[in-house]
Ligand binder design. Structure first.
Ligand SMILES: [Zn+2]
Ligand SMILES: [Zn+2]
Length: 91
């Protein structure tokens, strides 16, 4: 049987096996690209995390409790001050 088969790959990120279907294999070969090293899930997660890198969170200033916007979420372990409290803190 000369029929093309799906290539099984182990994801380098999560270790899960995933399949590269013949159509995909053809695509990568045509583009002279290596087969992906990460499963579709991890690839999607990576894309999302890259896009969310500068995500802003609504949270409260740890001093005056005013609502502010920060790159750190409310459950992060950092103490976040609003602009005014920050300047006050710096003296
Ligand atoms: Zn994976
Ligand atoms: Zn404040």
């Amino acid at each position: 049987m000369a029929e093309a088969t799906s290539e099984k790959q182990g994801c380098k990120a999560c270790g899960k096996d995933f399949l590269i279907i013949p159509a995909e294999q053809l695509f990568y070969k045509k583009k002279k690209l290596d087969f992906p090293e990460n499963c579709p899930d991890c690839r999607r997660k990576r894309r999302l995390s890259l896009r969310n890198e500068r995500k802003l969170y609504k949270r409260k200033c740890d001093k005056c409790k005013k609502n502010i916007v920060s790159t750190y979420s409310a459950d992060s372990k950092y103490t976040i001050y609003c602009q005014e409290c920050y300047w006050e803190y710096l003296g």
